[in-house]
Design a protein around this ligand. Sequence first.
Ligand SMILES: [Zn+2]
Length: 1007
Amino acid sequence: MWDVESTLNILNVLDELLSAGTDRRIHYMISKGGSEALLTALVNTGRSFTPNYTILLPLLHLLAKVGHRDRRIGMKAEEAGAVLLTLNLLKQNINHARRAAACLWVIQVLSSSVSTANLIGENQGLDVIYCLIPQYTTKHLHTIKYVYLGFVQDNVCSVVSKGYISGLVRLYEDWHSKDTQHVALSICYALLLCLHKVTHSTAGRQAFISQGGLRVLYQTTQTCMLSKALESLVKPSVQLMRKCLPKTPLPLTSDQSAYTFPLPGRPHTVPDIDVTPGIVAESSDESDEEAENNKETDYDEDLETDLNQLRIRPDPDRPKDLLPQYSRLCPELLHDFQVSSTNHAAVFDDLEVRSGWQSTQLSDYISDTVLKHLQCLQNLYRLLERHGACIPHHEPKLYRTAAAKTISIPGFNILAFPDFWGHLPPPGHEPMVPRKPNIQRYNKVFEDVQRFLNTDDIINQVVFDLEDESLQSPSNSLRFFSKFECGNLRKAIQVRSYEYDLILNADVNCSQHTQWFYFEVSNMVADVPYRFNVINCEKTNSQFNYGMQPVLYSVKEALEGRPHWVRSGTEVCYFRNHFCPARGRKRTTFYTLTFTITFKHNEDVCYLAYHYPYTYSALKAHLKVLQKSVDPAKVFFRQQILCSTLAGNSCPVVTITACPASRAWKDIHQLRNRPCIVLTGRVHPGESNASWVMKGTLEFLCSQDLVAQGLREAFVFKLIPMLNPDGVINGMNRCDLNSEDLNRQWSKPHPVLSPTIYHTKGFLYYLNSIGRTPQVFCDYHGHSRKKNVFLYGCSVKETLWQSGSAVDTVRLREDPGYRTIPKTLDRIAPAFSFNSCNYLVEKSRSATARVVVWREMGVLRSYTMESTFNGCDQGIYKGLQTGTRELQEMGVKFCQSLLSVTKDTLYSRRLINHIDLDHNILDHKSHNCFEDDEPPCVEEIEYSTDCPALKGTDLDSDVNSSIGQSQQPSMKSCLFPRLIKQASIKTLGEKRNTCNGLSIANGEITS
Ligand SMILES: [Zn+2]
């Protein structure tokens, strides 16, 4: 038989013990069968015809506290028969606030298990709880809060079918309007959580909207935003509204790219995946996003763990007799240097002029908007004379010639002005933009919700459509244009007077991969903030949430002598939106990139881009300028064609080295024995930063700088600056015309469908076969989610070590030379971060350039160099966005770091002294490279659909504390009669090691 007093004492001691320590004590108790013991005690006491509430209340209280930390509490309660018992106790005490509250705590805790929640639902639990929900009152607030929290767990369907949603919405409205003193904040909050739960299902969301839930929340949120006291309600309200906005298909006839390209050997149909026409994606299961995130971060799963796999040297992917064709790409070996090298120019560029446009009139290839702006062509010529020559390594006329030969799928015949005119980095640095607190939630998402509720100011008019050239934009709207190289705006919709939704074109032959953008905008009014929303972004997060801005180029500014791409835009946010694909690719969610631009000039013509554009034509023109700039007697510079792309563009390969000092055998021999360095870039067309880094590399290698001279004498450089010309030209982000990611094709590249990769690999095989395996290989990329510049390399040891492999890595011998270059870069390159580098070989990366060149060609120093789109969080550039100056500098620094791998160390050490070593840059911040490196965003990104969960500590503080002084004494002291409490404290004092005095191991509490 239970002795009331001693039981109370035990409960009290337990409570004291568990309240004093950390969660560890509770977990210890759970591991020793504590939950079971409490449940048994509950059943024993509660089963009685006249239950003893003096014991039951503290028992329920403890059970709530412990059960909240026990993941299996639902199952245990079912086994003990405690679920329905608690529900019955609740039914018996509907009019007894304190007892009802205690039962509700426990029910809330127990229903964390789906089956327990269902059990409660099946036994009219919901109806009991719903009966308990009162209209606004100032009494028993605590109980009421738990009524809400206990209301729904997984009984969503019955909540909807019984029409409770409407009731909940009305209750929220009622509480919100009457609670003018803000004493019932926790009730309002609990009601919102409740609504969050019931809107997890499509039916729930539909009921919520049809019951006017959106409007109620919209109105109440407006009040909340005005009051500091109500701030905590804004977040759940806005999230709830955003979640319930009906999914809206993108206003497109097809998700497929507006551009298609017939692939050789394939029927002219568009390849795509998972298209179920007519079915609009449901958002109830949005777990794919998390899966995607895990894919990116879960290194351990993805690491190569097999030593043999890591060391494997697969057979060449083609017969040996296919390799000699690449001997032509080593002109420095074939050249006898007998004739004067001035002939280079004659053999330069065997590109034939293809179809396209070959106009000589400027008016034919400058867009109408720019021409109108210039008033007359003579002005352009005059300004070109004056400013056109001010940009180093850029000649507008050469650009025009190069562009004339560029083959695009839509047949572009207009040049974007910035590409033609040229870009100079603006003077000074551009800091990352700190974000105003709550800008995303309070302004952007809220404004988006407004579109559905307050349609007075909504225009919703298409003002630009890539596929409808007859479309005339209204005179009072902005004018858009994107039919030029790298341009990719597909549609622009004027939403409000000064707000536009923009839809980007998907990669050619594809319906995905939107991120990169580049377009022209004109007909603006100065000093008015225009809001732009790119509504079909696909990445789950973006540096736009961390201080990054898009770039803008103003024609007016350029003509006045300031031809700069500048970081521009305020209120930049990136968040999940309510759009879905036009034709129902399941599970796809889109993200909005929003930014506001206030144009400086009326009637300007401006260009906006994701990042500093760098076109294929720019590369061709640049190579021509470089060719002309070198002294052919000293510098051996040769541009050749690696191969032709699918669309028929040439993929250039450049050889740079020093001409031999003399024609003596010794000097020729030295040249022929120089190790090779192979550098590639821009396999991903959206990563224009890679091209700017490459530009820096190319210019440096052609320069008269002493270090550059030394490098040319030490190495033969083979550069393939743009591995994906077709992707770049057609404004694509990730793929080539084959709709494949070319940097996943290196294992077995297709000779016809992935020609640039096939031939680059063939050329590397060839170098291998003649004993000239590159000493260094590096593929230049851009990274959209990290800051700084860093390298990915390959190391067997680090991979095994990181994967927790059983192989004894201590005895494993590995040349640590793969670290030399990153270490040097860390010293000399301000944007570089050694701590962000890693050398892991992931299975998912096994077909990338870095891994294949390392594994199949045996290149120890095989890298991917990732440059941020944003800026740096360490070193002298900390807090600044990178510009083209810094990107080009990185290209220079990479070359300089190669001195550290020259054989002649004395010589290189002498040269390293020439490198400007700024001591400030040694201030590299250390941080773990394996974690997702984003600092916590000032504001949580709005893409979670989950309601904020109730934490264990919240429950404790609720259980332990009272609601307010005006009410009864604290709940806890109510539960434990004062007398007994004092007695137990005394007991506790006497027995220091009280735990030993209690046995809870067998599911029973005894003393
Ligand atoms: Zn890339």
